[in-house]
Write a protein that binds this ligand. Structure first.
Ligand code: GLN
Ligand code: ZN
Length: 778
């Protein structure tokens, strides 16, 4: 029995690549140094695999920015707008072209936009979206895969396993940039390029080649399935000597399982963490009668918990019993790109206690787990199996039974929840009346989404408090000063519903996580989000409970400074869940309810403290959608329910807002309506209000604030631009349901542009109010 790994984090255990890239982009360091940093990371990674005793060690999983962008370069899928970059006389090289595609190019009188970015399946990693045209040409442009193979082979002294994104996933993850064709039509033109790459690899002695076809976990058409079959039949015919490994991950292959099982590949990899039932299912297809090797993904590549060896061994044993030990490979469930580097770097017990740390495994530890499992499954292994197993069992038991994890009171509260807890007292129509009376807001009230510019001073202030350089009193006094300025500033600008500004928050999830029981944080648990950007997700390890009010002090302080209503600002349960590493010992749904209860308590406390408008942000609501359609309904039900548990503890007079900033609502609009927030603010300015379509054709009943300006750019939109958008909104929405606000929070902006933009926004709202009062004679 052998082991393999599918891919490894590449940002460097100390985020060396991030730093080197950013230095290079800023023109502060040479390309030579960047290349050498990258080489060192690759070597360290290979050494880590070697030390762990992994047999099939990945190469070409390294990337300077993104593996899909790498594939664009490999296949010469370079959008024509970058031709001038290539033509630049100052010997523009492949890497500069590559970064231009990733980040845009503004140099030497050129101004070329970057390629689009989107989420990689259901992860928080973002990939660059390939762009295709009808007459798309491909060529074997970048030979990175060959170089990486060569380099790894030299370093390891044996043959590594190149990792390549499969041609069908590559095409399907991209986008047509013009009408009149489907990107899958390009397959016949794309395949020869893959063949050229394979030819070179084969000539250099490659043995195994891994093709990632994660698209196999999505709902596919017959044509798409047929394309996958065609590709791998073709590779088998042309390269009978290569051992192709086809990987799927992140979900069940569902109705694609039969296609996957029948592919003429040497190894098929399945994610048995996300979809344990797949093992039984594939054995039922007659898979055992074939020669294909099964790679069992039993070590979770998407989460940070220690593997339960006993449990994994039952899967491995089942596979071995059915297929024989030569037809089983042990592996993580997916690439380890989505977990942090190395738990050994967490040395500060005050941050992560030894007890909790002992329940976890990061990328490096996971490689050792894979290796341990092989030893344990091997009848000929001569080492001390007992000891290995016992040590693991002890850690698993300690987590299972720990008082840190289990909180009876929380569990009981969740059990006692009833339908009434997830229901406002009256229907929206009734609430709208009492709220109108209570707030007496002007028609089309103006507001913002919560955060105000996070200046360097504010960041410094929070950092120095964190480092204990200043006292709590000093810290809070300065935060109050900022809030005071923000309130005065909003009054001067003339906004109707004010916010406190979120100056105390570094991040909308971390801030609350730090105040809740059941959360821990790491010092080095970085995970790549996109390019050089990394995040350090909080970890939910136990029952979540609110220790004390979390925002009441800031909200009431802000309210004490003004007669206008101040909106309380919270992060919703689904977003808290979605942007953390979560427990794997209970369904996500249960954790969401615990979070919902904590937020519910905060909402009620805010209400009791006189804050009667409360916003519960759910920007990650859509992200939580399962990959396979057949699972959507179940998710939407519990996610909506969690939001309602969080928001429904209040009187009719209290106005609940929610905020979501993305631009696809059509397919989930019923659930958005079911959330029954009194007001929803959404991102619409970049699509010129187009996405309001979803709300109007559905006849969304509650109030809406479609964003009237894009906060992603420092540009200040003119009054007319915003009145234009608002008029568009008024064409389809009753004015009594309309709010006026930007697309999202303003924390990444600077004060001057924010002031100018919001002043214009207030003017635009005023102008429309006038027009509605005195309609022009037509
Ligand atoms: N209230 C948050 C803010 O304004 C919302 C952020 C978000 O939607 N991502 O910053
Ligand atoms: Zn937002």
């Amino acid at each position: 029995m052998i082991t393999q790994n599918l891919g490894y984090p590449r940002i460097g255990s100390q985020r060396e690549l991030k730093k080197a890239c950013e230095q290079y982009w800023a023109g502060r360091d040479s390309q030579k140094n960047l290349l050498s940093t990258a080489r060192n990371i690759r070597k360290q990674n290979w050494q880590t695999h070697k030390d762990a005793g992994i047999d099939l060690i990945p190469c070409n999983d390294f990337s300077f920015y993104d593996q899909v962008l790498d594939t664009c370069l490999m296949t010469g899928a370079i959008p024509s707008r970058y031709s001038p970059v290539l033509a630049e006389e100052k010997n523009t090289n492949e890497l500069d072209l590559y970064f231009a595609m990733a980040r845009g190019y503004q140099k030497n009188n050129l101004d070329i936009t970057a390629m689009e970015m989107t989420k990689w399946f259901d992860t928080n990693y973002h990939y660059i979206v390939p762009e295709f045209v009808k007459d798309q040409e491909f060529s074997f442009f970048s030979e990175k895969v060959v170089h990486d193979f060569y380099e790894a082979k030299e370093f390891l002294g044996f043959t590594p396993k190149p990792v390549i994104i499969g041609p069908v996933s590559f095409l399907l993850l991209g986008k047509e940039k013009e009408d009149g064709f489907h990107r899958l039509d390009l397959l016949d033109r794309l395949l020869p390029v893959y063949e050229q790459a394979l030819e070179k690899l084969a000539a250099m002695g490659a043995e195994y080649v891994q093709f990632d076809e994660p698209i196999l976990v999505m709902n596919l058409s017959d044509r798409e399935r047929a394309a996958i079959k065609k590709v791998y039949e073709n590779f088998r015919k042309k390269f009978p000597q290569l051992k192709t490994i086809l990987t799927t991950y992140f979900e069940c292959t569902g109705d694609n399982l039969k296609t996957a099982a029948e592919l003429p590949v040497c190894v098929l990899h399945l994610d048995l963490v996300r979809c344990p039932s797949q093992l039984d299912d594939i054995l039922k297809t007659g898979f055992a009668n074939k020669n294909t090797i099964l790679s069992v993904g039993v070590v979770d590549g998407r989460n940070i918990w220690k593997n339960d060896y006993e449990k994994s061994l039952t899967f491995i044993k089942k596979a071995v019993d059915a297929l024989g030990k030569d037809r089983v490979i042990i592996a993580p469930s997916c690439s380890l790109l989505h977990v942090p580097y190395d738990l050994d770097l967490e040395k500060n017990e005050a941050v992560l206690s030894a007890e909790v740390k002992n329940w976890m495994a990061f990328a490096k530890q996971k490689l050792h787990e894979v290796s341990d499992l092989r030893k344990l499954a091997d009848p000929e292994f001569s080492g001390d199996k007992e000891a290995l197993l016992n040590k693991n069992k002890k850690a698993i038991e300690s987590r299972k039974n720990s008082e840190l994890v289990h909180n009876k009171i929380v569990k009981q509260r969740v059990e006692k929840l009833s339908a009434a807890d997830a229901q406002r007292k009256s229907r929206f129509g009734q609430r709208q009346l009492v709220q109108q009376e209570q707030f007496n807001l002007p028609l089309m009230p103006t507001t913002t989404i919560g955060s105000f510019p996070q200046t360097t001073d504010i960041r410094k202030l929070r950092a120095s408090y964190k480092k204990k350089e200043i006292s709590l009193e000093d810290y809070e006094a300065q935060l109050k000063e900022e809030t005071k300025k923000a309130i005065k500033w909003q009054e001067d600008v003339g906004l109707d519903v004010l916010v406190h500004g979120e100056f105390e928050r570094n991040d909308m999830v971390e801030y609350f996580g730090e105040l809740l029981n059941g959360y821990v944080f790491t010092e080095n648990g970085w995970v790549q989000s996109y390019g050089s950007r990394c995040v350090k997700p909080p970890i939910i390890y136990g029952d979540v409970e609110r220790k004390a009010p979390m925002t009441v002090k800031w909200a009431t302080y802000a309210q004490s400074l003004t007669d206008k209503p101040v909106k309380g600002m919270l992060t919703g349960p689904v977003t808290m869940l979605q942007w953390s590493f979560v427990r794997d010992d209970q369904p996500r749904k249960d954790t969401a309810l615990q979070l919902a209860l904590a937020i519910r308590d905060e909402v009620v406390d805010l209400e009791n403290a006189g804050i009667n408008i409360i916003q519960i942000d759910e920007p990650a609501f859509r992200e939580g959608l399962p990959l396979r359609r057949e699972n959507w309904e179940n998710y939407l039900n519990w996610a909506v329910n969690a939001f309602k548990v969080a928001s429904c503890g209040v009187k009719d007079e209290t106005q609940i807002h929610t905020h979501m900033c993305y631009s696809e609502f059509n397919d989930i609009i019923t659930s958005i309506a079911d959330m029954d927030a009194d007001v929803i603010t959404i991102e619409t300015s970049r699509s010129q209000m187009e996405l309001l379509e979803a709300f109007t054709s559905f006849k969304y009943p509650n109030e809406i604030g479609p964003g009237v300006y894009d906060i992603h750019s420092p540009r200040v939109p003119a009054v007319e631009e915003m009145t234009f958008l608002l008029e568009k909104a008024l064409d389809v929405l009753p004015s009594k349901n309309l709010w006026v606000n930007p697309d999202c929070g303003l924390k990444t902006r600077k004060w001057p542009e924010t002031e100018a933009a919001l002043k214009n926004m207030v003017k635009a709202a005023g102008k429309l109010r006038e027009e509605i009062k005195a309609p022009a004679n037509i």
